[in-house]
Write a protein that binds this ligand. Structure first.
Ligand SMILES: [Fe+2]
Length: 329
């Protein structure tokens, strides 16, 4: 099976409109017209939508969406998956009802989420201008006239193009990696003592799995065009009262520049840029040990290469009991 890309992430939230307001007015996504209680948001890239927020009892990751090349690839995937006793098809293959339509199926992951495999989803209606901010574009703290609102025209200066990667905390990490690698065809790009980075295209990683005591979101990363946009994003978020949890920095695994923040729903989100592009033939996965960080030589402050204990705690997330009932303790 050949996954082409990560299309986007699906969240649940007790107040979809409230968290959608954050993503739309501050984070820099754009709402896609859709009927019903769910909210769909796009980036500047070609994907019809990259973030869906559905009503639910708790802020969770309901699942995520992966691309396949065409309808025939979806049908081949369905045959392969149906023949495996270790994989459960939840729906499809068939026409998809969400915005953008398409043809696909959904499978269950080992932690009770759903993964959509889809093709022929409509492209986004029209190209949106990207950000690539200049310092003059950045909203300054002294532009804030009313708490929580910024006196600026034209909306947020930061415009993510796509979801770069999703990192999931899993109590079933080995099973999860089996699904990603042996069933869905992901390749391991790098590994640390607690995290495995998995790639499906040139991007160093699109999905990463963290070994953890419970199922939860570690973070979702949104790609912005350049490292300048990450730095501008840090300034922009600060002007809105969102302190940077971790960053600016550049990850040794994937070489991507980053800034991490806590969204109002308690989930960790990341602006990232310049993710390493690796053809499969040049893949050289490495197991990183803590000592490797001591010799890492880059422009960043060495202390920024690893999250603080407080940030690590936030990334451990809240156990997603409403989705993962079997895990409840
Ligand atoms: Fe990340």
């Amino acid at each position: 099976m050949r996954i082409t890309h990560l299309r986007g992430v699906e969240l649940t939230d007790p107040a979809p409109e409230r968290i959608a307001g954050f993503y739309e007015q501050i984070w820099g996504l754009t709402r896609v017209d859709a009927a019903g209680p769910s909210v769909y948001l796009r980036g500047t890239g070609p994907e019809y939508h990259i973030l869906a927020i559905h009503p639910g009892e708790q802020a969770t990751v309901r699942g995520y969406r992966l691309g396949l090349a065409d309808r025939a690839a979806v049908d081949r995937a369905a045959e392969e998956l149906a023949a495996r006793p270790d994989t459960r098809i939840v729906a499809g293959p068939g026409a998809l009802e969400g915005p953008g339509g398409g043809y696909g199926l959904r499978i269950a992951d080992p932690d009770g989420r759903e993964i959509e495999l889809s093709a022929e989803v409509a492209p986004a209606a029209a190209a949106l201008p990207g950000s690539t901010t200049s310092p003059a574009d950045v909203v300054r703290a002294d532009d804030v006239s009313v708490a929580g609102s910024v006196a600026t025209a034209g909306g947020p200066p930061i415009r993510p193009a796509k979801v770069s990667h999703v990192v999931l905390n899993s109590p079933n990490a080995e099973d999860y990696l089996g699904l990603l690698i042996e069933v869905l065809g992901f390749r391991v790009a790098d590994e640390t003592e607690h995290m495995v980075f998995c790639k499906c295209n040139l991007d160093h990683h699109s999905v990463a799995i963290a070994r953890a005591p419970h199922a939860s979101l570690n973070h979702v990363a949104f790609e912005v065009p350049t490292v300048d946009d990450v730095l501008s994003g840090i300034e922009h978020m600060g002007a809105h009262g969102f302190e940077t949890l971790w960053g600016p920095g550049r990850h040794p695994q994937g070489m991507n520049a980053f800034g991490y923040f806590l969204a109002p729903n308690g989930q960790v989100v990341e602006y990232t840029a310049e993710v390493e592009q690796i053809p499969d033939g040049e893949l050289a996965p490495r197991f990183w040990v803590p000592e490797d960080y001591e010799v890492y030589d880059d422009w960043v402050d060495i202390s920024s290469l690893r999250p603080t204990p407080e940030t690590r705690t936030l990334m451990r997330g809240v156990p997603e009991v409403t989705v993962h009932g079997e895990w409840q303790q």
